[in-house]
Design a protein around this ligand. Sequence first.
Ligand SMILES: Nc1ncnc2c1ncn2[C@@H]1O[C@H](COP(=O)(O)OP(=O)(O)OP(=O)(O)O)[C@@H](O)[C@H]1O
Length: 745
Amino acid sequence: MENAYVTGLYRRLDAQRELAATRLREVHLLESGGTYQSRLERDALEVHHTRRLAELHAAEYGLCFGRIEGADGERQYIGRIALADEDHEPLLTDWRASAAEPFYRATPAAPGGVVGRRHLRSKGRSVVDFDDDAFGVDALEGRDSSELSGETALLASLTAARTGRMGDIVATIQAEQDRVIRSELGGVLVVQGGPGTGKTVVALHRAAYLLYTHRNRLAKSGVLVIGPNTTFLRYIDAVLPALGESEVVLSSIGTLYPGVTGTDTETPEAAAVKGDLRMVRVVAAALDGLRQLPEESWTVTVGRRSPYREELEVSRALCERAQAAAQRTGEPHNAARAALVERITSELALRIARDRAARDQGSKMDLGEVADLADALVEEPDLQALADRLWPLLSPEQLLTALFGSAELLARAMPDFSAAERAALLREQGPWTTADVPLLDEAAELLGPLPGSSASHRTEAALDARELEFAKLVLDDFGVGLVEMDAEMLARQYRGEESLRPLAERAAEDRTWAFGHVIVDEAQELSAMDWRLLARRCPGRSMTIVGDLAQTGAPAGLSSWGEALDEYTAGRWRTVELTVNYRTPAEIMRVTEGVLRAVDPALPAPSAVRSGGTRPWSLRIPADDRAAALRAAVEAEVTALDGGRMAVIHAPSWPAELVDALAGLDGVTVHDGPSALDSPVVLMTAAQSKGLEFDAVLVVEPAEILAAHSRGVNDLYVALTRATRSLGVLHSGDLPAMLQGLDPR
Ligand SMILES: Nc1ncnc2c1ncn2[C@@H]1O[C@H](COP(=O)(O)OP(=O)(O)OP(=O)(O)O)[C@@H](O)[C@H]1O
C-alpha cells in the first residue's frame, strides 16, 4: 500500500521535473536581445528554473521517508520536498516545513496529537520496509517509552559501513536534534555536545532549514559554514547538496582572507600568540612603528629641474602636525595619507609664498595661487618620498611581513609579551598560515585598500530609480516563487556588476562580505582572533556555534564559551546540549570515561545509543621492534575490516620510519589532505582526525599522544571516540592509567 502511494509521489516528481525542464528550455529559446525588462526577466527565470530542477533532482533518493497520523485519522507523508497534485492538494510535506515538526518531535510520553508514526525505508523508488512507532495510552503499555524515534531505521543507518563521506539524516533526526535544527534564526546559539552526538550533521541540517524558512533574508547574504580544515570540509560537502542546497559557503578560517590559503605549518607557540586578542594592539602598534619621524628635520628639494628649484626644511613639528591631521580623519591608514600630504604641502606652499614675498617685495601670491602651488607640490618626488617615510602606503601582507621580519619592530609592538613569545613570531618570509589569516584581516581593517586597487572601487555606483523600477516589475510578475534575488541584485546583475556567479564565489572574493548566518563547527578550536574575524563577517550576530570543550586541541582554543562570545554578544547567547552519542558503541565509550575525567571532571559524558561491535582491546608491542609489530597488527585489522574504513591514529611527533613502515602496506595512505578520505586505511594524527569517523580505529602509543602538548589528553579523547565499530590500542610502554576496560590481546 505504501508502495502505491510512493510510486504516485515519484510520478508527480517526474512530472514536476518535466515541467521545470520545459520551462528552462523555453527560457533558453527566448531572444537574448529585447528590451531591458525582457532581458532581466529572462535571467531571473533562468536562475529560478535551474534551481528548481536541481532541487527536484536532489529529492530522488529517499523522496518520502515517513508518515504521521493524527487523532482524526488524517495521514500526512513526510519527505525531502513538498509535492501537491494537479488540484494543489498536498501529497508530501517538506521535512523543513512546520507541519513536519511532529514527525520529529512526538514521543510516546508527549505525542502532541500524533497517534501513529511510520518510518519508510526504500531501495531505489520502492519501499522495502517500514516500522511503526506507536503512540497513545494503549500503545504505551508494555513498551519502553524510549525517546528514540524510528529505532530500526536509526540503527540501520548507524551500523552501516562508513563511506568516507557524511550523509544526510533527514529520515532519522531525533527530537533533541530537531530542536536545534528549528531553533530561531536570530542571536547566537551554542550547541555543546560530546563526541558523536550529531553536532556536525545537525548544524548542516540547520543550514538547510534556515535557508528554506528564511530564504528571503538569507539568499542574498548567504550562510557561511566554518569547519576546521579542508579534509573535514570534503567529508561534509555532500550533505547540503543532497538536501537540495547549493548556496552555502563552506570554508575554514585559513581561506577567509581573499587571495591567501593559510597552511597549518604554524608552531604551537606561534599559534598561541597569534590567536591572543592582544594581537589587535600589536598590529596597530606595528603600523605605528612603520610611521617614521625625523630626529629634528628632513630636507626636501622641490622643482629640481626648474628655475624655481628650492631646498625646504621639514621640521619634526610639521611632520607631527601632518601625522595628527591624518589621524584625525578617522579614515583607514591608506586613505588617511591624503590628509597628511595636504597638510605638508599647504604649509610648505605658504612658506614659499611668504619667502618669495619677502625676497621680492610687491610680488605677493594670492590664495588661489598658493593653493595651486600646494597642488603642484603633491607631485614632487621628494615630497612623495617624505610621505612614504611618515605614512607609508601598505598592504596587510606588507605590514605583517615587516612585523614578523624584524626583531626590533616586534619588541616595539609587543611590550607586554615575553621575549620567548616575541621570538616565536620572528620568521623569514614564508607561506601564510591559518593563524595569520585573522591578523591579515585585522591589518586590512586598519589599512583599508591601497589607492587604485580593485577593492577600493568595489562600492558600486548607486542604481537609478528606473533600473530598480524595472527589476521590481520583473519580480512582481513572478511573485513569491522567485526569491533567489531581490530587485537590487537583479538590476545590478543586468548591469554587469553582479553576475549569475554563485554566491559562494562572490563572497569568497569580498573580504567585507556580511553573511546572514554563520555556522561554526569544531568551534572550540578557534582562537580569540578567529572569533574577532568571524564577528566581522557576521555583523547581525546570527550564528550557530557547535563544539565540544572536551575536544579542544588547538593551543589558542577555548576552555569556556564565554571566552569567545562575551566580547561580541554582551554575554547574550543561548546554549543547548546534545546528550546522545550516535557514533560510538557503549563498550568504547566506557574506555574513554577516565580520559574525559582527566580533561575536566565537570563535563558530562554523552550516553551511547547502542552497544555492540567488537570489544575494545589493547596489544603490547615490543619497544625495540615497533615497526614490524605495528605492520602485523595493522594488516590483521585490515583483513577484519571487510570493506569498511579505518584510521591509525598517532602522536604528531611520530618518527618517519614508523610512518614509512605502515605507508608501504596495501591500501594504507598517509594523511596529506582531503584525498585521504578515499583510502580504506589512513594514517593520521589525533588533530587531523577531529570531526571524522571510521568503522575501525587503531590508536597507537596513547602515552605519546598525551605527552605531545599541553592539550594531549583532549587529543587522546578525540582519537578514542572516532570509531563506529571497533577500537584497538597499541602500546610499547605501560598503558596510561586513565585508559581502563580494554581487553588485552
Ligand atoms: N539522528 C541521526 N540519524 C542517523 N545518524 C545520525 C543521527 N545523528 C547523528 N548521526 C550520525 O552519527 C555520527 C556522528 O555525527 P557527527 O559527526 O555530526 O557528530 P559530532 O557531534 O559532530 O561528533 P564529534 O564532535 O565527535 O566530531 C555521524 O555518522 C552522523 O551521521
